[in-house]
Design a protein around this ligand. Structure first.
Ligand SMILES: Cc1cc2nc3c(=O)[nH]c(=O)nc-3n(C[C@H](O)[C@H](O)[C@H](O)COP(=O)(O)OP(=O)(O)OC[C@H]3O[C@@H](n4cnc5c(N)ncnc54)[C@H](O)[C@@H]3O)c2cc1C
Ligand code: SF4
Length: 438
């Protein structure tokens, strides 16, 4: 009898220990998920940007496979288990990988665009990617399909369709195609147009790679293989932002793609059977247009003298590059606060200029970080201030009613952007607003 009790204890005690440890870990994870959900809600980030999972809580068995499968975890706390059910705890961090849906063993996940509170504008497209304006096509994330592989594949397919339909005779001064944007969709479209021998140009307001170029330094990129003309099979699975961009830049050089950087399309107007496309650097007469402009929009400018100096940028890529420099960050949202604190942490001397008098729109964590940086003297915060003029070595500002000049090596402007849906409407393209539907 004693022996059997000892035996039972010998087995039961380790099992009880393991069970207690398991429950403790699950509870800690749940608390972190609740905290992440509350933080997202408090910062007004409770709405997903576009494609995201909706979880059927009746079907969900709380296995957590979706949480483990999300490629953005643990860097971003996108999904979590709360009360033994999966939840999208940080909706604005979801970029629509869809790995959660594939991982769910009971089909409890559906991927949808937008939500009841926040609709997402998706252009209405034909199966060949043509918009409601004949001759204007759309590929990549703008059309609703995010992710690098999808954007590459769509850019390629859209140009194949345009090439199949091209008219035999057209005016000599008219290009076959103008591609707007050199992100993954525009890049693949450019390779395809080149492979067909089409007369085309690609215009890009910023840099090759689109959203990929804007990722933080050394970001881990998850993508899947795709075959492209002139490039063959791209076998990337998991890589870094830098490796992917270097590969694309190498291809661009080797193949000689006509990409015009620093040129932004401002309007597209019908002219005969084609279009006149006006850009910041002139105009192009074209038979067809492919919009591969993504969903991030065009950064809003300050509209002050000196803004065209090369030291002015609209997104922070690498804080380390500003070590030892005098940097002005303009804006009061999360991106501005994150830029200011990360540059200060990397050894830059930062002035943060904002025309409001509190950072009410930013996440609590960013507000705390900036308050700590201001207190320690790492960042000089100028509320109620506006930039008046940017010079090569200084910046003039008005601050609480008086003019001032600060030494300056670089300016980072983070004051929001013009959304692509506005651009589509201006061009006359029909858009459908999705409120949480596939
Ligand atoms: C932080 C983050 C992490 C991500 N991680 C991954 C990942 O790991 N794996 C993955 O598959 N996907 C990831 N994605 C999603 C992926 O980057 C996008 O789905 C993809 O880049 C979309 O490609 P695109 O060519 O459609 O648009 P974009 O990449 O947005 O490119 C659009 C281009 O058009 C240009 N443009 C816009 N308007 C104009 C204009 N008027 N005139 C001229 N040019 C213009 C822009 O400057 C930009 O270069 C991530 C996204 C983000 C934001
Ligand atoms: S994988 Fe499916 S069942 Fe498992 S937690 Fe996620 S939604 Fe629930």
């Amino acid at each position: 009898m004693v022996a059997s009790h000892t035996l039972l204890l010998a087995y039961a005690a380790p099992l009880a220990l393991i069970w207690t440890w398991y429950l403790g870990r699950a509870r800690r994870r749940e608390s972190r998920s609740i905290a992440a959900r509350e933080q997202a809600a408090a910062a007004g980030h409770a709405e997903p940007a576009s494609l995201h999972p909706v979880i059927d809580t009746v079907r969900c068995i709380g296995c957590g496979s979706c949480v483990k499968a999300c490629p953005e975890q643990p860097e971003h706390h996108v999904l979590g288990l709360i009360a033994n059910k999966a939840q999208l705890v940080s909706p604005s961090e979801c970029i629509g990988h869809g790995a959660c849906r594939t991982a769910c063993p009971v089909n409890a996940i559906t991927l949808v665009f937008g939500s009841a509170q926040r609709g997402v504008d998706i252009p209405v497209l034909s199966p060949e990617f043509e918009s409601s304006v004949p001759g204007i096509f759309v590929a990549g994330e703008l059309g609703g399909m995010g992710l690098i592989r999808n954007a590459l594949a769509q850019g390629h397919q859209a140009v194949d369709a345009i090439h199949r339909r091209r008219p035999k005779a057209r005016p000599a001064d008219e290009l076959d195609l103008l591609i707007v944007g050199a992100g993954p969709a525009g890049f693949a479209a450019s390779l395809t147009a080149k492979s067909h021998g089409m007369r085309f140009v690609t215009v890009e307001q910023d840099s090759l790679g689109g959203a990929v170029f804007q990722y933080p330094r050394a970001k881990l990129v998850m993508t899947s293989p795709v075959t492209l003309p002139l490039a063959g099979k791209l076998r990337f699975g998991q890589t870094s932002k830098e490796a992917l961009l270097e590969f694309w830049q190498g291809l661009e050089r080797r193949i000689g793609l006509p990409i015009r950087y620093g040129e932004r399309v401002e309007s597209i107007v019908r002219a005969g059977s084609g279009f006149v496309v006006r850009t910041t650097r002139g105009e192009h007469r074209v038979a067809t247009v492919l919009l591969a402009i993504g969903r991030r929009g065009t950064p809003r400018k300050l509209g002050v003298p000196g803004e065209d100096l090369p030291k002015v940028v609209y997104r922070l890529i690498d804080p380390e590059q500003y070590a030892g420099q005098d940097v002005l960050v303009v804006g009061g949202g999360d991106s501005a606060l994150e830029a200011a604190t990360s540059i200060a942490e990397a050894g830059g001397r930062v002035t943060l200029s904002y025309r409001g008098d509190t950072f009410a729109r930013a996440k609590p964590r960013n507000r705390e970080r900036i308050a700590a940086a201001a207190k320690s003297g790492q960042v000089a915060v100028l509320f109620q201030s506006e930039v008046r003029r940017i010079g090569p070595t200084s910046v003039e500002l008005s601050h609480a009613g008086r003019e001032m000049e600060v030494r300056n090596d670089a300016v980072i402007v983070s004051v929001g952007g013009v959304l692509p849906a506005d651009f589509l409407r201006k061009v006359g393209i029909e858009v459908e607003t999705k409120y949480g539907t596939a």
